[in-house]
Design a protein around this ligand. Structure first.
Ligand code: SF4
Length: 387
């Protein structure tokens, strides 16, 4: 990108003027990562100062049995396959309770599209979890699952959500978005929930007062223009509803180790590489710059590794998820040694060591506790990325 174009984009960002599709594509073509990061960091600082939000949560997958076979997914199993499982309600409650001593504030629940499990199972699990852990927010189900529930219950999304909210649902999850562009989507997604239904369901949820996350699975077969298109669709929907609390770029993963039964389920693996850390940082920065109407950009450290997650905080991200415990959807195996679990103290260290001030939040981004930032008296105080 030449200097003139850089100055043009800088001027727009400084004036708070909205960037367009061609700006987004140009930013992805730019090889000046430091410039890009500095620009995104300025926006992130304007919105969230030196704060980094985090929450203490547990991911829970009630079943890995799925009627679909998305090309990138190493999680799904067919009925009767080795390692296929479906939790009884009591099992879900037991696992959730294990995290009680950690002071979790959220359960994050996503599942396969189970072909025979009755619709009634889902509100029943939520009720039991809410009864067992009344202080814990239930962030559950992708728009794809809600669409599935419409089919298996015969109810429209509004009624499905009413029933789930009555059982304790406080937020949907942001998954199932992947890449909205059909050229890409038709090659990677194997269910019926595409932009029209994904956006419809989030619109309905926002109309009921739920705030939801939005996501993008990047770094597989898509091109930068598809990422820009994806983010601008979300921006347009956000203009309409204001219901997205956060945007989360999710880095597509390879299975580095065969699954328990020796099968590599990721069918994209042979023709893809994973996004490099530099590409990840670029994606955070461009997303932050384009999404002027979404308050937070989250780095899901499980998919990026801890070092890239720390750097992402200086490239537009202001939120880290979370304490996690077992993330399976694309992370059944990981060659980087990324841990499955981070405790509250680990997250505080991670954020402070990156030079930021940790803030524990709840599911709706309400502040639970503000912590001190890095101790300036420390001899090994971290150097800021941007002086
Ligand atoms: S990504 Fe979700 S819907 Fe697709 S195969 Fe995996 S579990 Fe099923």
């Amino acid at each position: 990108m030449d200097t003139g174009r850089k100055r043009e984009i800088e001027a727009k960002v400084e004036a708070g003027e909205r960037l367009g599709y061609h700006d987004g594509v140009a930013l992805y073509e730019c090889d000046d990562l430091a410039w890009l990061g500095g620009l995104a960091h300025a926006v992130r600082t304007r919105k969230n100062g030196d704060r980094v939000f985090f929450n203490v949560n547990r991911h829970l997958n009630l079943t890995n049995v799925c009627a679909a076979s998305c090309a990138y997914c190493s999680f799904q199993r067919k009925p009767g396959e080795k390692a296929a499982y479906t939790m009884r309600v009591e099992e879900a409650v037991r696992l959730a309770r294990e995290m009680e001593p950690e002071g979790i504030t959220e359960l994050h629940i996503v599942n396969g599209l189970h072909p025979t499990l009755p619709w009634r199972y889902y509100p029943r699990v939520l009720r039991a979890l809410k009864q067992a852990l009344p202080g814990v927010s239930l962030k559950c189900f992708t728009a794809t699952e809600i669409h599935w529930f419409e089919k298996i219950s015969g109810l429209p999304a509004g009624d499905v959500l009413d029933e789930l909210m009555d059982a304790g649902l406080e937020s949907l999850t942001g998954g199932g978005a992947e890449i909205f562009d059909w050229e890409v989507r038709s090659q990677i997604v194997d269910h019926d929930t595409h932009w029209e239904d994904w956006s419809r369901i989030h619109r309905v949820a926002h109309g009921k007062g739920l705030r939801t996350p939005s996501t993008m699975l990047y770094g597989h077969i898509e091109e930068p223009r598809h990422r820009v298109d994806h983010v601008l669709r979300l921006r347009e929907l956000q203009d309409e509803t204001g219901g997205f609390a956060v945007f989360i770029p999710l880095r597509y993963q390879h299975d580095f180790v065969d699954s328990a039964d020796g099968v590599v389920r990721n069918r994209l693996q042979a023709r893809t590489t994973m996004a490099t850390p530099a590409e990840a940082l670029k994606t955070f920065a461009v997303s932050r710059l384009l999404l002027d109407n979404v308050e937070h950009v989250k780095c899901f450290w499980v998919m990026h590794g801890l070092s890239t997650a720390q750097l992402a905080l200086s490239f537009g991200a202001d939120d880290l998820d979370g304490s996690v415990v077992e993330y399976k959807i694309t992370h059944d195996a990981d060659g980087y040694g990324t841990p499955h679990t981070m405790h509250r103290a680990d997250l505080l260290d991670l954020i402070r060591d990156a030079g930021f001030r940790p803030v524990e939040r709840n599911t709706r981004y309400g502040v639970i506790r503000e912590y001190d930032g890095p101790d300036p008296a420390r001899r090994d105080v971290p150097h800021p990325v941007w002086a």
